[in-house]
Every structure is written in structure tokens, then in C-alpha cells.
Design a protein around this ligand. Structure first.
Ligand SMILES: O=C(CO)[C@@H](O)[C@H](O)COP(=O)(O)O
Length: 160
């Protein structure tokens, strides 16, 4: 679950009870990320930590060894159909270099035209709304997104 909410602390238990297996919250929305990470784990869920475009990756870095997934927003949170922010890719690259086995997600404006940039930067989890929903062939778009990410990951592991 990507909790794009204020006060993410209050939804941990309800989401766990509802059956969520991962709880992603925004770093900007909490004063105590360490306590929230602990609470999510104690409630049996994986931890995702998201940053908005205006938040530098250095704020996320201290928590990276304690989380399962880092989410780099590639649009301002709010709604689908926005333009992909390519200038977020250095954040993804930096995280991939520093934390080779961390799951890194990108969300916003990701589709066939932008997936190569995301995958080459090191993203391995993709949120794609409009590009899939507005396609006449959603299955092939999903396959393309998946294949581009897998090929880039395979290349990275060969290069290591
Ligand atoms: O929730 C958000 C942004 O607030 C994203 O999850 C977008 O909704 C993804 O949609 P596209 O940008 O792919 O259309």
C-alpha cells in the first residue's frame, strides 16, 4: 500500500488487519521515521519509504538499510496523467549505487516513453497508471515495462 497521507502512523494497524503486506509512507509526513518503520515491521508488513520530488535523497539515505523499498516520486503526488520528471533519475541512480539490493520504485508518468530511463537508473518496481489504462493494448504495455526492467537488472548483475 502506498499511503499518500498525512499522519501515516494512524493507518498501520488498520492496513495490517486488512491484509496489507507492505506499508509505504512518505518521509515528509512523519516526525519519527524510525518509530514508524519499527511499528510497520511489528505489524508484520514490509516497509516502503517514499520521497516527493522536492525532497533530496540524502534525507532518505539514513533509513535505507532499515527499509525494503524506496519510492522516488517522479511527479508531485496528487493525480495521474502528469509529466514524468526525468530530473528525479539521479536520485534513483544514487540509491542503486549505494544500496544494490534495495527495491527502488518510481511512480508518476512512467510508460513506454520513459521506462528506459527509469530502468537504466536502477528502478526495479514501477507504478504506471495512464500509460496502461489509456492503452488499447494494456497487456503489451505491461510486458514492455516488465521486460525493460528485467533486462536492465540482469545487465547490472552481470556488470557487478
Ligand atoms: O498517485 C499518483 C500520483 O499522485 C501516481 O500513482 C499516479 O496516479 C500514477 O499515474 P500516471 O502518472 O502513471 O498516470
Amino acid at each position: 500500500m502506498h499511503m499518500m497521507v498525512a499522519k501515516p502512523e494512524q493507518w498501520v494497524k488498520p492496513m495490517a488487519v486488512a491484509g496489507a503486506n507492505q506499508y509505504t509512507f512518505h518521509l515528509e509526513a512523519t516526525d519519527n521515521p524510525g518509530a514508524l518503520i519499527k511499528d510497520v515491521r511489528e505489524n508484520g508488513m514490509k516497509v516502503g519509504l517514499a520521497i516527493k520530488p522536492g525532497t533530496t535523497v540524502e534525507y532518505l539515505a539514513p533509513w535505507a538499510n532499515q527499509i525494503d523499498m524506496a519510492l522516488v516520486m517522479t511527479v508531485e503526488p496528487g493525480f495521474g496523467g502528469q509529466k514524468f520528471m526525468e530530473d528525479m533519475m539521479p536520485k534513483v541512480q544514487w540509491l542503486r549505487t549505494q544500496f544494490p539490493s534495495l527495491d527502488i520504485e518510481v511512480d508518476g508518468g512512467v510508460g513506454p516513453d520513459t521506462i528506459h530511463k527509469c530502468a537504466e537508473a536502477g528502478a526495479n518496481m514501477i507504478v504506471s497508471g495512464s500509460a496502461i489504462m489509456k492503452s488499447t493494448d494494456p497487456r503489451s504495455v505491461i510486458n514492455l515495462l516488465r521486460n525493460v526492467c528485467s533486462e536492465a537488472a540482469q545487465k547490472r548483475s552481470l556488470d557487478r
